[in-house]
Ligand binder design. Structure first.
Ligand code: NDP
Ligand code: OXD
Length: 314
């Protein structure tokens, strides 16, 4: 009944602490510790080294401690057991805060006025559209995209979503699949990506997507916000499109390679705002409680929730 914490890139101590308190009757071990592979029943993972979940003969469930599961999909030695991802109100709320914040920042000229303040310029001539003048398009209308869409609509934005399958969300225009992609892009001033990384989305957001965005909007040109996965964006295209005016600005939380290299041109780009993949941090209190609850439910015979379809890859 041991839980293995297979976590890399995050401090592990808070997870040990929460899981030990929530599951006091279990042994909690970390990678590299001395344990018998046969004692591991559950694994809670984030960016585990590939192969580290192989050869655990009694492993039954793998939990991702984040909403994304690409660290699992990319592991060629992943055992064929149930994979559960996090769907958590705290994480969802954090992502929507991020998306609303950055849509508003582009609407209200946040960087523009920061520069005016830095240079002591009282500039009250900027065109100031209302949120209702601006069309936001969200790629990926899952748990996170759906919540962000609803909250943007409350702020007054004209919101549409694009996903594999159509969605019925009050007040949100739905587009689906390749056949409706161009129409979705053509009505979008601010493009937000909350797409997962899959073989289909890898490198998908490039010049073809940026060039399809509306050019008649009120915010001075198309804007791209990516809080999904970095590997879904073609970074050479993204830079070229920012430089030649195809895109007016970008907010990036995720990158092809993380941490972002010290020499990346994104750091100093005048039209890029960047954050270190923290749009929606997994809070150990909320996430460990969710995983522990699932373990107890599973052992009581309840079905696991938020199971990943490993064939679809998300
Ligand atoms: P979901 O699985 O709930 O939603 C994924 C959405 O993407 C679905 O609407 C799905 O369509 C759509 N989609 C998948 N593949 C395609 C495709 N090929 N074409 C069109 N649409 C597609 O995921 P979440 O909303 O919970 O999370 C989304 C992603 O956000 C995560 O995978 C993760 O990568 C990222 N994330 C980033 C964080 C950060 O801090 N930056 C934090 C948490 C998550 P359909 O509904 O039709 O299936
Ligand atoms: C993620 C997360 O999937 O932090 O990026 O949850």
């Amino acid at each position: 009944m041991t839980l293995l914490l297979a976590v890399k890139g995050w401090a592990i101590a808070p997870w040990f602490d929460r899981f030990s308190r929530l599951l006091p009757d279990r042994r909690i071990v970390g990678l590299g510790e001395d344990y018998d592979p046969a004692e591991i029943r559950y694994a809670a993972t984030w960016k585990q080294p590939p192969g580290s979940l192989a050869n655990l003969p009694n492993l039954q469930v793998i939990f991702s401690l984040g909403a994304g599961i690409d660290h699992l999909v990319r592991d060629p030695h992943l055992p064929d057991v149930s994979v559960v991802r996090i769907v958590d109100a705290d994480l969802t709320a954090r992502m929507s805060e991020y998306v609303v914040l950055h849509c508003l920042a582009h609407l209200r000229g946040w960087r523009y006025y920061a520069e005016k303040q830095r240079t002591h310029v009282w500039d009250d001539d900027r065109d100031e559209p209302a949120a209702s003048d601006v069309r936001v398009g969200i790629m990926g209308m899952g748990v996170l995209g759906g919540d962000a869409a609803r909250k943007l609509a409350v702020m007054g934005f004209q919101v549409a979503g694009w996903s594999r399958t159509p969605k019925a969300v009050d007040g949100i225009q739905s587009f689906a699949g390749e056949a409706e992609l161009d129409a979705f892009l053509a009505r979008t001033d601010i493009l937000v990506s909350l797409l997962p990384f899959t073989p289909q989305t890898q490198g998908f957001i490039g010049r073809r997507i940026f060039a399809g965005l509306a050019r008649d909007g009120r915010i001075g040109g198309p804007v791209f916000i990516n809080a999904g996965r970095g590997a879904t964006q073609n970074e050479a295209d993204l830079l070229a499109c920012l430089d030649d005016g195809t895109l007016a600005a970008a907010t990036l939380d995720v990158f092809e390679t993380e941490p972002l290299s010290d020499t990346s041109p994104f750091w100093d780009h005048p039209r890029v705002t960047l954050t270190p993949h923290n749009a929606a941090t997994s809070d150990p209190d909320a996430v460990a409680a969710s995983v522990a609850g699932q373990i107890r439910g599973f052992e009581a015979g309840e079905p696991l929730r938020n199971l990943v379809d490993m064939r679809a890859g998300y």
